[in-house]
Ligand binder design. Structure first.
Ligand SMILES: Nc1nc2c(ncn2[C@@H]2O[C@H](COP(=O)(O)OP(=O)(O)O)[C@@H](O)[C@H]2O)c(=O)[nH]1
Ligand SMILES: Nc1ncnc2c1ncn2[C@@H]1O[C@H](COP(=O)(O)OP(=O)(O)O)[C@@H](O)[C@H]1O
Length: 226
């Protein structure tokens, strides 16, 4: 049996974590767990954690650490036998320390994208809530304006991508991310990628992971990114 591979992808809101994670999941067959998607599922299902999380997300604030770790760590236990990629967690030093007590990471990918680029991208981001598919009205628009390509259902904009919540979110991210980045740097697992374009970052991420991830078993055929 091949070795389990564990990776985290970090970066400010809009830095392309979701987009790159999807490519990684397709290319390398890792399970992709997005904290934002997981929170939205909990909000939709009106779980106790979901109801609580909603009040913070709407204000552009981070969900408290104890809520996040209590949600995410059991989920990681459930998928402990697969290789995975965590997207959006950990976001604070306390979360990174909690994760560190649960498992060792092979790679941490940090996306470094300029502030103006982030603002521009997020105000054009629309999603299909049922599947979590992400569109950008400029970078990757849907075939039909306002509708999901696969289901034809309407796309929506996240409350937290609207301008009021956005600036607070970006500012907050910077403050809390620095100690997390330093933590992973000191552990020797941090790889930082700086650019304004996901398509420029992706080949470097792909080649890094290609050099570290054991070849997939024949039953898991990688498909090309889209
Ligand atoms: N213009 C442009 N938009 C991008 C690029 N990469 C991703 N996006 C879009 O920017 C938005 C944020 O990307 P996403 O992957 O959701 O970022 P996350 O918040 O870090 O998970 C989405 O609408 C993406 O489709 C890029 O290189 N250029
Ligand atoms: N690890 C986390 N810790 C605290 N809050 C989180 C975490 N992950 C997600 N959130 C909350 O959920 C919101 C949406 O997360 P996400 O979909 O990852 O969007 P983005 O990357 O655009 O911020 C965040 O703005 C934050 O309020």
């Amino acid at each position: 049996m091949s070795r389990i591979f564990r990776a985290v992808i970090m970066g400010p809101p809009g830095s392309g974590k979701g987009t790159i994670s999807e490519r990684i999941a397709h290319t390398f067959g890792l399970q992709h767990l997005s904290s934002g998607d997981f929170l939205r599922e909990n909000i939709a299902a009106r779980t106790e954690a979901g109801v609580l999380a909603k009040t913070y997300i709407e204000k552009g604030l981070l969900v408290p650490d104890h809520v996040m770790t209590r949600l995410l760590l059991p989920r990681l236990e459930e998928i402990a036998r697969s290789s995975w990629l965590l997207d959006g967690f950990p976001r604070t030093l306390a979360q990174a320390q909690a994760l560190n007590s649960a498992c060792d990471l092979d790679v941490v990918i940090s996306l470094n994208v300029p502030f103006e680029t982030l603002k521009e991208r997020l105000t054009h981001r629309w999603i299909h809530p049922a599947s979590g598919r992400v569109y950008n009205m400029i970078f990757n628009p849907p075939h039909v304006k306002g509708l999901d390509d696969i289901t034809g259902e309407p796309l929506i904009q996240h409350e937290d991508d609207k301008p009021e919540a956005l600036v607070a979110r970006l500012r907050h991210y910077k403050d809390v991310a620095k100690p997390v980045i330093d933590f992973y740097k000191s552990k020797g697992v941090l790889h930082t990628f700086s650019d304004t374009d996901t398509d420029h970052i992706w080949p470097h991420v792909s080649s890094l992971l290609g050099s570290k991830i054991p070849a997939p078993t024949p039953s898991v055929q990688p498909s090309p990114p889209h």
